[in-house]
Design a protein around this ligand. Structure first.
Ligand code: SF4
Length: 346
């Protein structure tokens, strides 16, 4: 495996290339039902605040990712390709070979204290899920949240993980000193589809419980309705049921994003589609003929439908006590006519 090929010189450094990880890698497996079949590669990262490459259309500039690979194992996950940079497999390897930056919390505290760091917004859960199963064992997020709170640094979290509720108190205390956005990803309610395409992630209903609990504790929470999967989760009744449930859970916003299939995700997803829905393959080839993104007309249609349903069910700023949770830039990106974003589809 290559561990030294994506580094940079620390927060807001430019023009330098440093190794991402140190040489010491400890590989562990745990024979418990929760972690069976998963291998953890414990590494000491050399930097933790990452700048999103300028050419990217991501609606955020700085990220923190304590893990690489994700046991939530979403078939459509665009982050799969990032595993190739470590010479790891982007298919099953992405789901089961998890890199753990064991020093993430201590390193973050050091980088936040750097005179070069100017307190910019930090997005988490934008590459892989920071509340995936590994977090139950390694407990990196409490230290990360405490550091962000202590430096009053604004941040956002996007997750499918119910484990975020473990850190409620830390999130509350961080919100008292900095802008904090929490978003949960729920694209559909269909249990069969969940088991088929998000087999390692908590069920959609459990994720809606997270929204409900956060709301009950006064923490506004948006829902990223992503990915809306063509022909499988985009029927009018499916969209309606999903938005209705999101509204009932108390979400402050709902942001739809249609499935995109970049290299890495595309091969894995299309192979899955061929096995489970062979009749859809030619429809997908037509829909994604021009590249990774569904056509603008499709994106606009989904956005319009979801926004109309959101208005019907009262999701949004008009809801009493509503609080912006999805960053404005992400919301803008979902407006009809906006270009596609490269958010991870947590
Ligand atoms: S889409 Fe998100 S939750 Fe799913 S595997 Fe990728 S990083 Fe994990």
């Amino acid at each position: 495996m290559r561990w030294d090929n994506l580094g940079h010189g620390g927060p807001e450094a430019s023009g330098t290339t440093a190794a991402l990880f140190g040489a010491d890698v400890v590989t562990r497996t745990f024979d418990t039902p929760e972690f069976r079949g998963i291998t953890f590669h414990e590494v000491r990262a050399r930097s933790i605040i990452n700048r999103v490459p300028g050419a990217s259309r991501m609606p955020f500039e700085w990220t923190v990712n304590p893990y690489r690979g994700c046991s939530h194992a979403c078939v459509y996950c665009f982050a799969r390709r990032s595993h190739a940079y470590l010479d790891l497999d982007t298919g099953i390897g992405f789901d089961t070979q998890i890199v753990v930056k064991t020093n993430a919390d201590r390193l973050l505290r050091r980088e936040l204290a750097s005179p070069h760091w100017t307190g910019r917004h930090i997005a988490m859960g934008t590459n892989v899920d920071c509340y995936q199963r590994a977090e139950g064992r390694y407990r990196l997020m409490p230290g990360i949240l405490a550091a962000l709170r202590d430096f009053a640094n604004p941040f956002s979290i996007l997750t499918k993980g119910t484990l975020i509720l473990r850190d409620l108190d830390l999130i509350r205390s961080a919100r008292a000193v900095a802008e904090v956005g929490i978003s949960v990803s729920v694209a559909f309610l269909d249990e069969e589809l969940w088991r088929a395409v998000e087999s390692g992630a908590p069920a959609p209903e459990r994720r809606l419980d997270v929204v409900r609990t956060l709301t009950e504790h006064g923490i506004g929470c948006g829902v990223l309705m992503a990915p809306v999967i063509p022909f499988l989760s985009d029927g009018p009744d499916q969209l309606r049921a999903t938005v209705r449930a999101i509204a009932a859970a108390g979400a402050t916003s709902v942001t739809p994003l249609a499935l995109h299939l970049r290299p890495g995700a595309r091969e894995w997803f299309m192979a899955w589609l061929d096995r489970h829905h062979p009749g859809l393959v030619r429809h997908y080839e037509a829909l994604y003929a021009d590249g990774a993104y569904a056509p603008k007309w499709y994106q606009r249609r989904i956005t319009r439908q979801v926004h109309e349903l959101a208005a019907e069910y009262g999701i949004g700023p008009s809801r009493p006590g509503a609080h912006r949770a999805v960053p404005e830039s992400e919301r803008r990106a979902s407006e009809p006519g906006a270009g596609p974003t490269q958010l991870t589809l947590l």
